[in-house]
Design a protein around this ligand. Sequence first.
Ligand SMILES: Nc1ncnc2c1ncn2[C@@H]1O[C@H](COP(=O)(O)OP(=O)(O)O)[C@@H](O)[C@H]1O
Ligand SMILES: [Mg+2]
Length: 297
Amino acid sequence: MLESRTTPSIFTLSNLRVDKNRPEIFAVTSGKGGVGKTNISVNLALLLRRLKKNVLLVDADIHLGNVDLLLGIRPSATLAEVMSGEKTLADIIVKGPTGIDVLPASSAVLDMIDAEDQVIKRLGDAFLGFEHNYDLVIVDTGAGIGRNVTSFSLGADKVIVVVTPDPASIADAYGVIKILLQKAPELPLMLVTNMVHSEDEGENLFKKMNLMVQRFLHNKIVFGGAILRDEVIQDAVRRQTPVVLEYPNSRPANALKLMTRNLLKLPSKDASDRQSLFDGVREHRHTTIGKINDQTS
Ligand SMILES: Nc1ncnc2c1ncn2[C@@H]1O[C@H](COP(=O)(O)OP(=O)(O)O)[C@@H](O)[C@H]1O
Ligand SMILES: [Mg+2]
C-alpha cells in the first residue's frame, strides 16, 4: 500500500545536493491549465520544508497565479517594484505556513522575459545574492509552451510535468515534454498523473506517455506517482490550507509524499555553469515556440 511505502518517506531517502553555491531548482509545469500544478507546487514546498530546508516557492503563473490563494496569504508588493528599483527581493517575499517563503505572482515575472538584457541582468544579480538563503527553489509555472513557461522549466534542475487522464491534457503534456526534451535532452523530467481514478490508471497513463517519448523522441521520462481525484484536495483548496497540512494522512497527501521522495531521488542535470534561476531563464528565453500537438517527430 501507498501508506506503508511512504511513511518512512523523504526524511531518510533524500539525496539533496550539498553544493551550497546555489539552490536546487524544481519547476512544476503542464500542457494544459487546471491540472493541479499549483496544488502540487505548494504541497511539494511544504514537504521539502519538513526536511529543514529553506524553500522558496516562486509563483510564475500570472494567468491563474494562485499560490497566494491556496496558502491564504496576501502579497503586498511584486516583482514589478523590484524591477523598478523601489523594493528589494527580500521586501516582496511573503512568509507561508511552516516557514516557506513565497515570491508572489506578478505580470512582471513574464515582462521580465521580454525585458531588455540589462534589466534581466540586474534582476539576475539581485537574485544571485538573494537565493543563497535557499536550499531549494520551486517554480509553479504557467501551462503550455510559451517561452515564458518553457524558459523556467529549461532553467530548472528537474521538472515535474503534471497530466490528467483528460485527452487534451495528455496531448498537451506530450507537446510540452517534446519541446523540453528537444531543447534539453538531458533535463530530468518526472511525470505526475493527477486526478486519476486509480493508481493503475495513473501508472498506465505514465507508461503510455513514456512509450511515446521513447518511440518518437528517443528519450525517457520518470514516473513520479499517481494522485487520485479526491475531494479532500478540493476541500483543502476551499479552506486555503494545503492538503498535506490539513489532511496529512489522506491518500493524496501520501501520494504527494511519494512524489516528493521520487523527485529527490531523481539525479539532477549537470548545470554547474549556471548560477541562478534567472541565469537559466535568461539563457532559455529565446527558445522558439513549437506546435503543441505535433506528436510525430
Ligand atoms: N487530485 C485532485 N483531486 C481533486 N481535485 C483536484 C486535484 N488536483 C487538483 N484539483 C483541483 O483542480 C483545480 C485546479 O488545480 P490547480 O492546482 O489550481 O491547477 P493548475 O495550477 O494546474 O491550474 C483546483 O480547484 C483543485 O482543487
Ligand atoms: Mg496554477
